[in-house]
Write a protein that binds this ligand. Structure first.
Ligand SMILES: [Zn+2]
Length: 363
């Protein structure tokens, strides 16, 4: 009998722990361009104490990427949970604005109500994590020269030709200059704060600390984007000391954000996730084929490795949203749930549009 009581009490306890309340807050921290292998080596050397702390207190899992390994594709997938066929964001050069209401912040605003949650994005990059609306300008004699300048291909700092993402469209015999809306246009409109182009980690970090102070007491969701790892990779290469230093800097600022959460007394009710949009080609200055990254968190609820699109449903579920009610159905699966999808299709997810274009040229 006594054994039975003990067993029942044990089962109730296990059950109660499983039903533990949802998280109150989430901070999603991005280390743009952090290659998994390099990060693991730095972690072993003791260079990333914050990541070490998170993985000890919570978990560190592998994330393998389906789709293009660049910034626009990466953060669009992470912030929505969808494949590019739903968001329209295939790569840095092929995109339009993510449809309204699809990002984590927008879903949380709708679920909790504007007055009950503070949603903010504090972003290092200017290009590729951007929010300008679509442009459709009638071409006239006055603006033609200026618009044509924007249509010219530019050479980037690696000597690679960058195709412009704008073009001239013919609408019933009238010429229009067309530039697609940037991915995060609707997110920037429908959440409380969207600031990009802060560039240095220090600026991103300090702004985040300030906003946490200013909004203390409120429920919150932050997306904090550190750009220096990616910039150091492009400028100096993946095996450079600058790339390694940028990782150390991202870890340091992640630590300062966690310290602030502790100082404000909200760390225990805040789930922190650190993740990455794409890795880096080994010993190179680019990330054409860099599908191996990671996710670290202070949560102990994750049960497996995952994919880039699994991050958004993991966060929405942590806040208590019922994923079965979300339309269209999210492509990712929360990292707290079993994966029955079969092996990931690692690598590029080329849109059908591209194939059609190529065929036309060949003909
Ligand atoms: Zn990059």
């Amino acid at each position: 009998m006594a054994k039975k009581i003990v067993l029942t009490a044990f089962l109730i306890l296990v059950f109660a722990c499983g039903l533990k309340a949802e998280t109150k807050n989430v901070i999603l921290i991005g280390w743009d361009g952090a290659q998994r292998e390099h990060v693991m080596q730095a972690l072993e050397k003791g260079e990333l104490p914050t990541l070490k702390m998170l993985s000890t207190q919570g978990q560190l899992v592998k994330i393998d990427i389906e789709g293009t390994t660049d910034t626009k594709a990466g953060w669009s997938q992470i912030l929505t949970g969808y494949y590019p066929s739903v968001t329209g964001v295939y790569s840095n050069n092929q995109y339009h604005s993510i449809p309204e209401g699809f990002s984590i912040g927008e879903r949380l605003e709708k679920y909790f109500g504007d007055a009950n949650i503070y949603t903010a994005a504090v972003i290092g990059k200017k290009g590729h994590v951007d929010a300008e609306p679509e442009e459709m300008i009638k071409v006239t004699d006055d603006n033609r020269a200026e618009l044509e300048k924007r249509l010219k291909a530019k050479v980037d700092k690696n000597g690679k030709l960058k195709k412009p993402d704008c073009r001239i469209k013919d609408v019933n015999g009238v010429e229009y200059f067309f530039s697609p809306g940037k991915p995060h246009y609707y997110m920037s409109k429908n959440t409380d704060l969207f600031e990009n182009g802060l560039s240095r980690n220090e600026k991103v970090g300090k702004r985040t600390l300030q906003l946490l102070d200013e909004n203390k007491g409120k429920r919150f969701f932050f997306f904090v984007h550190f750009a220096e790892v990616d910039h150091a990779g492009h400028n100096h290469g993946e095996n450079s000391k600058q790339y390694n230093y940028a990782l150390i800097s991202s870890d340091k600022w992640t630590g300062k954000i966690i310290d602030k959460l502790k100082e404000l007394g909200v760390y225990d009710e805040t789930t922190v996730y650190v993740t990455v949009d794409h890795g880096f080609d080994e010993d190179a200055k680019n990330h054409h084929n860099a599908p191996y990254v990671f996710l670290a968190t202070n949560s102990t609820k994750l049960i497996r490795d995952g994919r880039r699109q699994d991050v958004a449903p993991t966060i929405l579920e942590a806040f208590g949203l019922d994923l079965t009610k979300i339309e269209p159905k999210i492509d990712g699966v929360p990292l707290t749930q079993k994966d029955t999808r079969g092996p990931a299709k690692i690598g590029s997810d080329k849109p059908i549009k591209n194939k059609q274009k190529k065929k036309t040229i060949q003909l």
